[in-house]
Design a binder for this molecule. Structure first.
Ligand code: UDP
Length: 332
């Protein structure tokens, strides 16, 4: 298939491009490089430095490149910023996504794969989270993703576009060969920050909250390897051949891991101590989020390969060792 990966120079998008190529598809990338990295994309991939909100330019690319399916990873994803600057998030994550969908209808492209998030569930009453757990986001970031999910459901109903929505838990790790990995500016995610604390590139890691109602008092999350995410995206293609299709899947390992367990695992993998200090809770952090991934496993035949947190962190560590400053094109 000819697949346009929007946001393909970003963390999850670039790993998807690599997996698409490995699976024999033709992957093309559209990215405005606001957060993406040009060097995350290999030179044999057609690259468009373009904004997803540019309807006419995107429609032209879709037609000229005979695109069969669009994957969309290009969103702003800083929860705190979404609270202080919600319009920025609604404009990009919802407004520009509508322009992208309009470009698809202009060009007659009918298959769409969308990056959503477990943040659409907010603070669920029951764990693990299944796909029909009520979606009630507690921040604008999660709300923008849920709005797009609703739009996609409506478009499936009309038969204009069939969609697969993937709700990611904590994307983590890096390509097994160490060629691409995680490089956000600013970086807010636990594993890269813990690695940077271990290597002395940053000060002590702040543990946000040690009085949560969890076994060791720190938050529980479900860390899913980025290549496991990518493989799920490719395994859904067959389902999108049908019109009027809307499918949704949680992508997680199903295993909760605490902040302290992550720090222990980083120490084991790196052989270095992780300097850490206890700090106040971070606003908006639910105590516990982990997936029931039964639906993705049974319907897609998908099995996460990185079930053990140390094997996941080992790939992030390998990437860090060969790229201590990430791609080296941004300052954090
Ligand atoms: N966390 C932490 N210190 C940090 C960054 C994160 O204690 O410097 C905690 C955070 O409170 C959460 C978990 O690590 O419980 C995962 O946070 P991250 O930002 O990686 O992902 P999120 O779950 O917020 O999407």
């Amino acid at each position: 298939m000819n697949v346009l990966v929007v946001g393909g120079a970003g963390y999850i998008g670039s790993h998807c491009v690599k997996q698409l190529q490995a699976a024999g598809h033709r992957a093309l990338v559209l990215d405005n490089l606001v957060f993406g990295h040009r060097s995350a994309i290999s030179d044999d991939v057609t690259f468009y430095n373009e904004d997803l909100g540019n309807r006419s330019a995107v429609a032209k690319i879709l037609l000229e490149e005979k695109i069969d399916l669009v994957m969309h990873f290009a969103a702003f994803a800083y929860v705190g910023e979404s609270v202080t600057d919600p319009l920025k998030y609604y404009e990009n994550n919802v407004g520009n996504t509508i322009q992208l969908l309009l470009a698809m209808t202009d060009a007659g492209v009918k298959k769409f794969v969308f990056s959503s998030t477990c943040a659409t569930y907010g603070e669920p009453d029951e764990l693990p989270i299944v796909e029909d757990t009520p979606q009630s986001p507690i921040n604008p970031y999660g709300t923008t993703k849920l709005h797009v999910e609703h739009i996609l459901k409506d478009l499936a109903h009309t038969g204009e576009i069939s969609s697969a929505v993937f709700r990611y838990f904590n994307a983590s790790g890096a390509a097994e060969d160490g060629s691409i990995g995680e490089d956000h500016a600013p970086e807010t995610h636990l594993i890269p920050l813990a690695i940077a604390a271990a290597t002395g590139q940053r000060g002590a890691l702040k543990i946000f909250g040690t009085d949560y109602p969890t076994p060791d008092g720190t938050c529980l999350r479900d860390y899913i390897h980025v290549d496991d995410l990518a493989r799920a995206h490719i395994s859904v293609f067959d389902q999108l051949a049908e019109p009027n299709k809307f499918v949704d899947y949680n992508l997680g390992t199903g295993k909760p891991t605490s902040v302290r367990e992550i720090l222990d695992a980083v120490e084991k993998v790196s052989g270095l101590p992780v300097p850490a200090e206890e700090a106040a809770r971070r606003e908006g952090d639910p105590p516990s989020l982990y997936a029931d991934n039964t639906k993705a496993r049974t319907e897609l035949g998908w099995e996460p390969q990185y079930m053990d947190i140390e094997s996941n962190i080992a790939t992030a560590w390998k990437w860090h060792q060969s790229h201590p400053d990430g791609y080296g094109d941004t300052q954090d």
